[in-house]
Design a binder for this molecule. Structure first.
Ligand SMILES: [Zn+2]
Length: 412
């Protein structure tokens, strides 16, 4: 009965640029196709509409939005500063008038330069159905997108749609849903962190079944987290995308390449480091910058870490994708050598598998699928990546799905 809580629709508007990345950037563009796309000005105004959101009246919905924004705003190593404007949009956006504010679901009109970043309270789910198909609003609880120019480094404008149907979400889940969608709007990808990559929506272990729900990032493709805070992975990712002046002195780096027994790049794997004291986890997808080298880079607060790799959960393709190689099940994250056996960095000398991370310093570690660290020749420059750009303005559209312990007792 849970199958319908998964949605793999990704609008075909994503025609050119590369969807990227776990705990990483959502869009790679720029002149070489390797630049994580961001908002040039991290002070971003989101425009609230004037209607209710399910059982919340407009004022309550706006309060919830601001509280969700504050999760990102409070990261002191990131410059992102989200504000909510009330009044510029003074109507209740619904199925009858949404085309005035949102792109046409067919992609024909972007509304990307109208001076608004609307957040739509889709009270009856009909706008979500218009984008994703009939009944989509029974499982899709929100989506968001931003526009960017072909070869450009920066987003132009964005929008978010929040489902207001009563799908049994708690207020905490609603807030985290908003934070997740806004995360996409500002350029953040989904993240798997160290969550069991066998989680499934049709068996066991079921989605959100990890004992400690606070081990799920806000940017996990399903709403599982139950704490109104960011996960260490979310904090690292937003800081890497929008670094404040203190970012470099607050974090250290483990970076390198993830390779097979012969030193060949393994693309699209989930790489994570785990703090041996706090248990904090930060992840990224190998070759997240599309350089063809298996490069990964983890921004970590100072401490001692272990290093791990596994494959992306095949459930996370399409609109739930993680990293640039997971849009379809025929992409690199899901074909040989994947799925790989989970790897933890081993060391010949006892204790050396513990990696000391110091602020402002970089540890370079090429991780082999055998669990060893390996010496590799330097690779100069990055690949061109990217591919052919066709459109003038492209649109990324990822959806957030609801599933989980509290949710699976609901209809469908
Ligand atoms: Zn999402």
């Amino acid at each position: 009965m849970m199958n319908s809580f998964r949605l793999t629709t990704l609008l075909s508007l994503v025609t050119s640029s590369s969807l990227a990345l776990a705990g990483g950037p959502l869009v790679l563009e720029g002149s070489n196709g390797n630049t994580p796309v961001t908002y040039q000005d991290p002070n971003i105004t989101i425009h609230a509409e004037a209607g209710p959101l399910g059982s919340l009246n407009n004022a309550q919905a706006n309060t919830l939005m601001r509280e969700a924004f504050d999760l990102w705003n409070s990261v002191d190593t990131a410059t992102i500063n989200l504000a909510l404007n009330e009044g510029l949009i003074d109507v209740d956006i619904d199925i009858d008038n949404f085309l005035f504010f949102l792109p046409d679901p067919n992609g024909s009109e972007s509304k990307a330069d109208d001076g608004r970043n609307p957040t739509v309270y889709d009270d009856d789910g009909k706008i979500i159905d218009a984008f994703f198909g009939d009944l989509a609003s029974d499982s899709t609880i929100g989506f968001a997108a931003s526009f960017f120019s072909a070869n450009g480094d920066f987003f132009i404008e964005g929008y978010a749609v929040i489902n207001g149907k009563d799908l049994g979400l708690t207020s905490t889940e609603f807030k985290l849903l908003v934070a997740h969608e806004i995360g996409h709007l500002i350029g953040m990808d989904h993240s798997q962190a160290n969550i069991d990559n066998n989680e499934t929506d049709f068996g066991s272990p079921f989605i959100c079944s990890t004992d400690s729900l606070d081990s799920y990032p806000v940017m996990y493709p399903f709403v599982c987290r139950d704490e109104e805070t960011l996960h260490a992975d979310d904090i690292s990712a937003i800081s890497a995308l929008y670094p404040a002046a203190n970012f470099a002195t607050s974090f250290g780096i483990i970076e390198g390449r993830f390779v097979d027994e012969n030193g060949g790049a393994i693309l699209g794997a989930n790489i994570w480091a785990e703090n041996t004291t706090t248990g904090d986890v930060v992840s990224i997808v190998s070759d997240y910058l599309l350089q063809g080298t298996g490069f990964y880079q983890l921004h970590l607060t100072p401490g001692t870490y272990t290093l791990h790799a596994n494959s992306i959960n095949p459930l996370f393709n399409g609109g739930s994708s993680i990293g640039p190689y997971s849009l379809s099940l025929t992409d690199a994250s899901f074909i040989a050598p994947h799925p790989i056996t989970e790897v933890t960095l081993q060391a010949e000398v006892a204790g050396a598998e513990m990696i000391s991370v110091i602020a402002s310093q970089t540890v370079t570690l090429n991780l082999s699928v055998t669990g060893n660290s390996v010496e590799l020749e330097e690779i100069s420059g990055g690949g061109s990546g990217g591919g052919t750009i066709s459109g003038l303005v492209s649109l990324i559209l990822l959806s957030l799905l609801a599933a989980g312990r509290r949710f699976n007792t609901n209809k469908n």
